[in-house]
Design a protein around this ligand. Structure first.
Ligand code: SAM
Length: 300
């Protein structure tokens, strides 16, 4: 094992680690431990983590905010198929590791950042269950204010792709017809994207399904130029539209390697996931092409 690999395995400093270690029961919640409003998520536990029964760690917030496993596998495969040269992915807002873990199965290294130490701890535990801890480096930090010059420079040197699933403001994010991306937490969409483009031109955001696409178009033009494009993938799972992936970076636009190599990818139709897509370009055209882009299946 190389020195570099050893270093990924070093545990992140967490001020309350000893207390977390002493009370695993607070992360191994059962149906009766969940707040009544979150009990509806219990039946989705294997969709969140197929290895749930092996002792997956989640706190109350993660029960409703983790990216479901198939949705996370989908984007990891998509990124790799579009650009096989991607080596290191930065997962900002890494939560309980839903995306971090699946990215680590497809890429050599994943750097996760989250401001919540319970979430970092859960990601560590969960990545051990999935056997990918040696590919993951975690940072307890607030984005963007907690990213110092040294860390930013490290990310700029190492990272090929920035992925982020920012908070959607809790389960009530669909209360309005359109999700206002200027109100995105922790900072408005334009500022968030600007912080990511400092690191890489290749970016993906996991956003609410009712996100305002006009705002996405406008921000794309403002930050990347009049002819820039943003690709939007509508991700369905178990019959529901779970959210959209908004993607920037030329290698990830249609007519790239992914679109031509799809048939050669090893997808299973069981537990099918699929996504239709639209490209937001200078004509501000939102008509979904409605092409089925992928089918992915359970791998465990
Ligand atoms: C939707 S969850 C991410 C879910 C994650 N992709 C997963 O699958 O587990 C959003 C995460 O963002 C974190 N967060 C919110 N504001 C943050 C900030 N300013 N800096 C860093 N992390 C933040 C929260 O602690 C939470 O874990």
């Amino acid at each position: 094992m190389t020195e570099e690999r050893d270093c990924y395995m070093e545990k992140t400093f967490l001020p309350n680690r000893a207390s977390f270690d002493a009370h695993p029961e607070r992360f191994l919640l059962q149906y009766d431990d969940l707040p009544k409003s979150s009990r509806k998520y219990w039946k989705q536990r294997y969709s969140l983590f197929s290895k749930f029964d092996e002792g997956v760690y989640m706190n109350k917030e993660l029960w409703y905010s983790v990216t479901p496993e198939m949705v996370a596998i989908f984007i990891a495969k998509f990124i790799q198929a579009c650009d096989p040269s991607v080596n290191t992915v930065l997962d900002v807002f890494s939560g309980g590791g839903g995306n971090t873990i699946q990215m680590a199965r497809y890429f050599n290294k994943v750097i996760g950042v989250d401001m919540n130490e319970e979430h970092i701890y859960c990601t560590e535990k969960n990545s051990e269950i999935y056997g990918v801890m040696d590919k993951i480096e975690l940072h307890l930090a607030m984005w963007p204010s907690g990213i110092n010059v040294e860390l930013l420079s490290k990310f700029q040197n190492e990272v090929d792709f920035v992925f982020a699933s920012p908070p959607w403001g809790g389960p009530g994010y669909t209360a309005n017809d359109s999700f206002d991306l200027t109100q995105l937490e922790p900072i408005p969409l334009a500022d968030l994207l600007r912080s990511f483009f400092q690191i890489s031109p290749n970016v993906c955001l996991f956003l609410p399904r009712n996100s305002n696409l006009d705002q996405l178009s406008q921000v794309t033009r403002d930050l990347c130029g009049e002819t820039a494009r943003c690709r939007v993938l509508y991700v369905h799972s178990e019959g529901y539209l779970k959210g959209i992936y908004a993607i920037w970076g030329e290698k990830f636009m249609p007519t790239n390697q992914y679109d031509t190599s799809m048939s050669s990818l090893d997808y299973s139709v069981e537990n099918s996931e699929y996504s239709s897509s639209t490209v937001l370009d200078h004509r501000n055209s939102h008509e979904a092409m409605n092409t089925v882009e992928s089918i992915v299946g359970s791998e465990y």
